[in-house]
Design a protein around this ligand. Sequence first.
Ligand SMILES: *[C@@H]1O[C@H](CO)[C@@H](O)[C@H](O)[C@H]1NC(C)=O
Ligand SMILES: *[C@@H]1O[C@H](CO)[C@@H](O)[C@H](O)[C@H]1NC(C)=O
Ligand SMILES: *[C@@H]1O[C@H](CO)[C@@H](O)[C@H](O)[C@H]1NC(C)=O
Ligand SMILES: *[C@@H]1O[C@H](CO)[C@@H](O)[C@H](O)[C@H]1NC(C)=O
Length: 269
Amino acid sequence: MLVVASTLFFLGVAHATANYSSPKYPTLYPDLTSCVDAPLQYSCENTTAITNTCCSPTPGGLVLQTQFWSTYTGLEDSYNQYCDSSRNYNSSQVVQFLEDFDRWELMTYMQNFWVSQGASNPEFWAHEFSKHATCTSTFDVACYGSDYQEHQEVVNFFETVVKVFQMFPTYNMLAAFGIHPSNATTYTLAEITNALYSQTGAIPYLGCSDDGTMLDEVWYYMHVLGTEQYGHFKMVNSTTTSSCNADGIWYYEVTPTSMRPVIYGLGPA
Ligand SMILES: *[C@@H]1O[C@H](CO)[C@@H](O)[C@H](O)[C@H]1NC(C)=O
Ligand SMILES: *[C@@H]1O[C@H](CO)[C@@H](O)[C@H](O)[C@H]1NC(C)=O
Ligand SMILES: *[C@@H]1O[C@H](CO)[C@@H](O)[C@H](O)[C@H]1NC(C)=O
Ligand SMILES: *[C@@H]1O[C@H](CO)[C@@H](O)[C@H](O)[C@H]1NC(C)=O
């Protein structure tokens, strides 16, 4: 179920149109100059201690990209949450940060693809930053060096979530294997799993509701070499057993009245 876009969204879109011709793209990246000599090892697979936590996410470092049939929650680090109460931001604040960095195009994209099921979208983004990014060491303020501009790591986190989401166009990957949303035909778990496995090299978690009969979640698991911002993601098999039945899985067509523009990724429901 999609939530009607908040007023903030429409303001954002209006400005986005006006600003499209002259995006500023200010510096958002961390200062990784001290990472040059850090040993290269995938998160969760390190054989020596990770001492510079700006270079590789630690502790944790299992990256999850979760997509819901109607929404997705973004980039998550599995174990800890809410690690820095001084950076628990609210919806108005994160919208303000995006505006401060003139990232209207990013906010517009997020309004389409990073959609909340209950709260307003900006509330959801703020929640995801406060809950997850504060526990991911490579988004620590200290990693941004002496040129740190206040809140740049928040916008950098949003950019990163969008980037990782774009790596997994689930809807298109399934469609390419003849798995289309249908209210007439069901699919088997093996069909869906094989389609995604053959394109990503790992088994994602597939979540089904309605006693395992209705596909509504896909989670991709990764380890990262370097930072989430710029590093290389390696797919790893899901560590969670699918909640879907072996066959008779519905991948429903969306309700026509809830249609939104969708280019790729999981569509609206
Ligand atoms: C991996 O890095 C973490 C953080 O520095 C450290 O606690 C852990 O012992 C390291 N693992 C190995 C096998 O060295
Ligand atoms: C968000 O936080 C700011 C700063 O603490 C506060 O001024 C503002 O009223 C809050 N807004 C909402 C919607 O909670
Ligand atoms: C992932 O799971 C598949 C299917 O069970 C298996 O063939 C493959 O070896 C697994 N990959 C790894 C890295 O464990
Ligand atoms: C398909 O079925 C689902 C679940 O019953 C329903 O929500 C959706 O509106 C249906 N889609 C169409 C196009 O009829």
